[in-house]
Design a protein around this ligand. Structure first.
Ligand code: DX5
Ligand code: ZN
Length: 225
């Protein structure tokens, strides 16, 4: 039995002036809500911080999946946890991975490591047994609505295979350019959790878009087994 497919709408593509309505539209069909935190250093964009996460958490019971694109995530793990983050991913490209993972465990969040497109699989390998999820970037982080990078698919396959061989609990989440066209390739490669921004909130019917993504992912996962 493959693990269930999860769809994680990314609020980065929602209308921030009407965030509560956007969340309400996908809440009945989404598995979690992906929250992109950008610091203007690790990536060339600025988004949201703990106060907004706290407001979202007060508004919805959905699991909050916070993706920290920051050079200094260690200073913010506790504030994001206190704000309501349930899952947190930090990037493997920043230092102190061991300390960051230990702190996430201490805080009781699901611990993830994110990896940029150009970073090799080997950077993740030592940590796979300690993770709840691996967030494989299929665009250069910083902006929503970018084109999917198909050249990352072999790395998704390598991560999924290593998790399988090691008998680890982690699963593979993918982020960037995921839509009804590209989801097949990443699901077939072993991803089971799919972040989608533009393909959900950029559509007239965000809930219908989530359903469509889930159907495509489920079909691809069935094809893999
Ligand atoms: C990009 C973010 C993504 C983004 C995905 O830096 O990490 O989560 O919201 O957006 P789409 O699905 O539009 O590529
Ligand atoms: Zn993200």
């Amino acid at each position: 039995m493959p693990p269930p497919c999860r769809i994680a709408p990314s609020i980065l593509s929602a209308d921030f002036a009407a965030l509560a309505e956007a969340i309400d539209r996908v809440a009945p069909v989404a598995d979690l809500l992906h929250v992109d935190v950008m610091d203007g250093h690790f990536v060339p964009n600025l988004t949201i911080g703990p106060p907004v996460v706290a407001a979202i958490d007060r508004h919805t019971p959905l699991t909050l999946d916070c993706h920290l694109m920051m050079t200094n995530p260690g200073e913010f793990l506790e504030p994001f946890r206190a704000a309501g983050a349930d899952w947190i991913s930090v990037h493997v490209e920043v230092d102190d991975t061991a300390d960051l993972l230990a702190e996430m465990v201490r805080l009781g969040v699901k611990a993830g490591l994110a990896i940029n497109p150009e970073t090799p699989f080997e950077a993740l390998e030592p940590w796979l047994g300690s993770l709840d999820h691996v967030l494989v970037m299929t665009v250069h982080p910083g902006f929503g609505g970018q084109a999917f990078m198909a050249e990352v698919v072999p790395k998704i396959r390598a991560v999924a295979a290593a998790i399988d061989q090691g008998g680890y609990r982690a699963f593979v989440e993918v982020d960037g350019g995921i839509d009804a066209e590209t989801i097949d390739a990443v699901a077939e490669a072993g991803a089971t959790c799919f972040v989608a921004g533009n393909a959900v909130f950029g559509q007239a019917d965000p809930a219908g878009a989530v359903r469509q993504l889930r159907a495509a992912a489920d079909a691809a996962c069935r094809g893999r087994t």
